[in-house]
Design a protein around this ligand. Structure first.
Ligand code: NAD
Length: 487
């Protein structure tokens, strides 16, 4: 049951109103394997009609779902979590095939199961307030679901985002339409299979595959969708915000891109800083929103740091077939990402000094790019400002604390920032001074707190997600109820 799915049995259909269906207009799109460029499967592409049908199904299912007790809703989550755990290796395999994430160290399904387990018990934490502060009145607030909500997710960590968005949306009594990424739709379709097995009532969860245009855009403009939680690029985030303002002002949560700095001082544990930052940029071949793509190292330790980093970065990145348990460094997700990263590498060569990286690369045998390091890159170079989303890091040297904080913050992004130092006062000055939604002290991305919110300053997003209450909060309206008490 938990084995590897043969290619002809991979689920590629849409999941609408509890049924698996083909696209209404018969359209499909090719999913290309990132490891060898072959066509993996043809996936059903949700049409406008399919997207509208999914929203209508969610709307019809919502009142009964909201009427269930929180234990009844939570019971479905527990069944789903158990099924996800059972199929862990299948999720790993599907992700490796479609987007190149190595099966070694795959943890997304296990983490998703934990999220469903957590929220299965979270129903009673949804509480309003009461106040007797106004004489002659009892004032209350109710927290209520929006009704139909949508989730649009990216390809780089699909199963985790599926759970992070759906679990809080559903436990609060909303019903959901989720659109997966066209670059990694298979694990969301697999989750739909398990959702059916877990017995969720039809229409409560609908899962669509397709591109931004048509299904993503239709969801963003849909007037029956009252809240939309999005994770993806800043460019698409802007379009979704615009769609909300041009349609029904649906509530939006935007988790967007990053260009995260890591600062290493001379008093830091050098080896630990190297290990942490090398992992931060190598994990998922650098295709991580919070990856520490800019490292600033103090002049007095720069040579030692860079030497050690170069060794560590090449060692941890054992490049190869992502379905092999030996591989630590898989290919990039697709040709578009591959070409984009190569363009940035060319910019890096122009504006900095490449000390590790490819001389020439070809996509003939998969979209592999080896770990790449630039030093001494000019601060105003495009590669220092824009998100590369690949295994490419810029290491620059700094001389003064004030100067380096200004450089770290000189970006339109603000998702994650880290500082390595043993000086607690300095660490606190940076924690306060970084313009970033998450700060790591003596640790770096992808380390986050299970019980702290996640989200971006500036162009990295709007709103916060996470446990214990930020995600629940997003999926709930607040109503004030004013009761006049006769004297
Ligand atoms: P993307 O913005 O291209 O796509 C994300 C999703 O949006 C996909 O499902 C896509 O089909 C959909 N989409 C595209 N155009 C749309 C439109 N006009 N309307 C509605 N939906 C549309 O991003 P991506 O390439 O899939 O993911 C990589 C990006 O996501 C990076 O920028 C990365 O930093 C970011 N990201 C952010 C976080 C975070 O938590 N902040 C986490 C992971 C990834």
């Amino acid at each position: 049951m938990g084995g590897i799915t043969p290619p002809d049995q991979i689920e590629t259909r849409l999941f609408i109103n509890g049924e698996f269906v083909n696209a209404s207009d018969g359209k499909t799109f090719e999913l290309i394997s990132s490891k060898d460029n072959t066509v993996l499967v043809h996936v059903q592409e949700a049409s406008e009609e399919d997207t509208n049908r999914a929203v209508a199904a969610a709307k019809a299912a919502q009142p009964a779902w909201e009427e269930l007790t929180v234990q009844e809703r939570g019971a479905y989550f527990k069944k789903l979590a158990a099924l996800i755990r059972e199929h862990d290796r299948e999720f790993a395999q599907l992700e490796a095939l479609s987007m190149g994430l190595p099966v070694s160290g795959y943890f997304h399904a296990a983490a998703a199961a934990k999220i469903f387990d957590h929220y299965s018990e979270a129903g009673y934490t949804i509480q309003g307030t009461s106040s007797l502060a106004t004489p002659g009145f009892v004032n209350l607030t109710f927290r209520q679901p929006y009704g139909v909500v949508a989730a649009i997710i990216p390809w780089n960590v699909p199963v985790l985002f599926f759970a992070k968005k759906l679990a809080p949306a559903l436990i609060t009594g909303n019903t959901v339409v989720l659109k997966s990424s066209e670059k990694a739709p298979l694990t969301s379709a697999k989750l739909a299979v398990l959702i059916k097995q877990a017995g969720f009532p039809p229409g409560v969860i609908n899962v669509l595959s397709g591109h931004g245009h048509i299904s993503g855009s239709i969801l963003s403009y849909h007037t029956d969708v009252r809240a939309l939680s999005f994770t993806g690029s800043t460019r698409t985030g802007r379009l979704i915000q615009e769609a909300s303002s041009k349609s029904n002002l649906k509530a939006i949560s935007l988790e967007l891109g990053g260009k995260s700095p890591a600062i290493v001082f001379e008093d830091a544990d050098l080896e630990a800083a190297v290990t942490s930052t090398a992992h931060g940029i190598q994990s998922n071949s650098g295709q991580v929103c919070m990856a520490n793509s800019r490292i600033y190292v103090q002049d007095t330790i720069a040579d030692r740091f860079i030497d050690l980093f170069k060794t560590k970065f090449s060692e941890i990145a054992k490049m190869g077939d992502p379905t092999s348990s030996e591989t630590r460094h898989g290919p990039l997700v697709d040709k578009a990402q591959f070409d984009k990263v190569l363009e940035y590498i060319e910019m890096g060569k122009r504006d900095g000094n490449m000390i590790l990286g490819p001389d020439s690369v070809s996509a003939d045998k998969g979209y592999f790019i080896q770990p790449t390091i630039f030093t001494s890159t000019s601060e105003d170079s495009q590669i220092m400002k824009e998100e590369v989303f690949g295994p490419v890091v810029n290491i620059n040297v700094f001389h003064s604390e004030k100067d380096v904080l200004a450089k770290a913050n000189d970006t339109e992004y603000g998702l994650y920032a880290s500082v390595f130092t043993k000086d607690i006062s300095r660490a606190m000055r940076f924690a306060k001074g970084f313009q970033a939604g998450t700060v790591g002290i003596n640790c770096s991305s992808p380390v986050t707190g299970a019980d702290t919110p996640f989200g971006g300053y500036k162009g990295s997003g709007v709103g916060r997600e996470g446990m214990p209450y930020h995600s629940l909060d997003f999926f709930l309206e607040t109503k004030s109820v004013i009761i006049k008490v006769a004297g």
